[in-house]
Structure formats: structure tokens, C-alpha cells
Design a protein around this ligand. Structure first.
Ligand SMILES: [Zn+2]
Ligand SMILES: [Zn+2]
Length: 347
């Protein structure tokens, strides 16, 4: 998650639980505070020295760590069994408790090193806030909505501290477990730090927020040249990695028929990219206006409005790089986009 914070970070630890995926591998269902989604999945994997924990849930309230412990206990595990925390990406719902766990336990943290998109907020909240205000203005957001788009509360409150990795999760890195080694595939787009973990012997993949039963809209803009291009490439990368027989997502239940799942994500990505392009048939527009035309503006506090502006900025960047769209700047410093070719459909 990246965007508005939940109304309360407190969760009900009784909602936490564990399900055995197969011997030596549990899905831990950890409640989170948002109205729009009520849990994140962590995974506990046995290895010779204890437990690898993949992702850990948000911080923000003492009940969050209690929920993680409750989920582990449901698998007959203890927090003290965890030797390594592996982070699929540096968003609060996946990495929030990492710094707290490091304070409490002698753990090794594995994560992708491109974590500035989140940790810059903790290092320099005011500077990051001002940068986000500038991005929202340039995207054409009305003054009354800039605060909602620029807030840094979600990261400041939901993350227990900067948890730089001891071990980088880069392409080809392998992590041993009782099920065999898990191989890292870098899959940026949703966030620059996003990775998947593939276990070829059991045809499993832990996919963070790349794949889910519902398409995940969010793409992180402002940190890499072409987040939408990266996301499109990441769908192709996970498809080329096997594909696995079962994917273990960051939200929702494990999913089979992975070929069809990836294809449906690719189709939805293409559909949304097309909506953004077609929104410019009406005429030149700011990213905010394009998001409104393509997806609807929503309310100021709406997570979806936040996500739609983010994805629109990313899609417009991709279309600009592919020369389907050109970018100008108006007198107010706002970027305005227009189609480069005659948009009339062929007869
Ligand atoms: Zn995420
Ligand atoms: Zn997530």
C-alpha cells in the first residue's frame, strides 16, 4: 500500500491465522487497518535453522505485532523461531514491522535495495511531502485535493523504522529452505523494490503485489523512468519463470492456473492503458483530467482516486516514451498531454 492511511492502525489479533500450504510452508493471514482490504499475507517457511518469514504486516499500533505473533502461534511457531525476514517490497503492509522485529530479534533482513521510494519519507518527511505536493500540482490536481495526494502519514505511521537489508534481493539470488532454494526475480512496477520468489522443485512462486485474484492498480511513480513499462515487463518475467503451478499472493488466497492469471493481468493492464490513451481523444489534458475521464475522479479521501492518478501518470509516461503521446507544459507549470497521431479510428 502507498497512499492514505487507514482511519485506525489498530487490528483485531483474533482475525490473524495460519493455513498450511504444504509441509514446511504456511500462509499467515495478518489483519491490516484499511477498509478497502482487510489483511495481508505473510508466509512462514521452514529451513534448517528455523523459520524464514516473508513479509510481516503493518506497524502503527501494538496490536499489529500481536497479530503477527498470533498468526505464527496458529502454525505452532514463535516469533523467536524467525531467523530471516524476506521482504517482497517496501510498502507498509509488507515491511511495516521489519524495524521492530530487528530491534527484538537477531534477524537477517533480505530486501531489494531500491527502497528510497519509502524510506525517503522516514528520512525526510517534510522534503518528501513537498516533493509530492509538486508532483500533484504538475499532474494538475486541484488545490483542494493536493493534501490528500501528498500525505506522508501512511509511511510515517505504518512503518516502524528504516530497515535496510543485510542481504540484497537481486535477480538470481537464492535463499535455502526445507522445500529447496527460492530464487529471486526482480519485478518492479508496483514498486521499484518489488521482487518475486520462485521455488522450482515445488512449482511455487511468492508474488507479493504483482498478481492477485483482483488486479492491483497501484504503480509507484517518481522513482524510475517508466514504472508502467517495468510493470508490463514484470508480468512477462513471471510468465517466463515457469510459470509456477501455484502463486502465493500478498493479498487473497493462493491461485492456480497461473498462465490464465498472468494473461488476465496483462489484458487488464492493456485495457487500462487504452482507457488512458483514449481519454485524450477528447483533447489535451493534465494527468488529473485524464484520470477523471478514464476512471472517474472519486472523492478526495478515496484510495482509488489516489491509485488512479498514480497509474494515469505512469501510463502517460509509457505512452510518451512510445511517442503515442506528447507532453507540454502550461503557464501554471502543469504537464498537459496530447495524442501525437490522428486519433480517428480506421474506417
Ligand atoms: Zn504493495
Ligand atoms: Zn500489499
Amino acid at each position: 500500500m502507498s497512499g492514505p492511511p487507514p482511519a485506525s492502525w489498530a487490528v483485531d489479533p483474533d482475525q490473524a491465522g495460519a493455513r498450511l500450504v504444504q509441509d514446511g510452508l504456511w500462509r499467515l493471514r495478518i489483519p491490516v487497518g484499511w477498509e478497502q482490504f482487510d489483511h495481508v499475507n505473510a508466509y512462514a517457511i521452514e529451513h534448517s535453522g528455523g523459520i524464514l518469514l516473508v513479509d510481516c504486516g503493518t506497524a502503527g499500533d501494538p496490536s499489529c505485532a500481536m497479530a503477527l505473533e498470533r498468526a505464527l502461534a496458529d502454525a505452532d511457531l514463535r516469533l523467536e523461531d524467525v531467523t530471516d525476514l524476506i521482504v517482497t517490497h517496501v510498502h507498509s503492509d509488507h515491511v511495516g514491522l521489519a524495524a521492530e522485529l530487528r530491534r527484538r530479534l537477531p534477524i537477517t533482513i533480505w530486501a531489494h535495495p531500491y527502497d528510497d521510494h519509502t524510506y525517503s519519507v522516514l528520512e525526510d518527511p517534510q522534503g518528501t511531502y513537498e516533493r509530492r505536493v509538486e508532483l500533484a500540482r504538475r499532474a494538475g490536481a486541484p488545490e483542494g485535493r493536493i493534501e490528500a495526494f501528498a500525505t506522508v502519514r501512511e509511511e510515517l505511521e505504518g512503518i516502524s523504522g528504516i530497515a535496510k537489508p543485510n542481504r540484497p534481493l537481486l535477480d538470481g539470488v537464492e535463499i535455502d529452505s526445507a522445500l529447496g532454494p527460492w530464487r529471486v526475480i526482480e519485478t518492479p512496477g508496483h514498486s521499484p523494490s518489488h521482487v518475486c520468489l520462485v521455488q522450482p522443485d515445488h512449482e511455487l512462486a511468492i508474488v507479493g503485489d504483482l498478481l492477485c485474484a483482483a488486479y492491483i492498480i497501484w504503480m509507484e511513480y517518481g522513482w524510475t523512468p517508466d514504472p508502467a513499462g517495468e510493470q508490463r515487463n514484470s508480468f512477462a518475467r513471471i510468465a517466463a519463470a515457469g510459470p509456477p503451478a501455484l502463486v502465493l499472493p500478498g493479498h487473497g488466497r493462493p491461485l492456480g492456473e497461473v498462465d490464465a492469471l498472468v494473461a488476465s493481468h496483462q489484458a487488464e493492464f492493456a485495457r487500462r492503458l487504452g482507457l488512458v490513451r483514449d481519454a485524450l481523444i477528447e483533447g489535451p489534458a493534465t494527468a488529473y483530467e485524464v484520470a477523471d475521464r478514464a476512471f472517474g475522479a472519486g472523492s478526495a479521501e478515496d484510495v482509488l482516486a489516489f491509485e488512479h492518478l498514480g497509474e494515469t501518470v505512469c501510463f502517460l509516461r509509457l505512452l510518451t516514451r512510445e511517442h503515442a503521446v506528447a507532453q507540454d507544459q502550461d503557464d501554471g507549470g502543469r504537464n498537459r498531454f496530447r495524442l501525437t497521431a490522428d486519433p480517428a479510428p480506421a474506417q
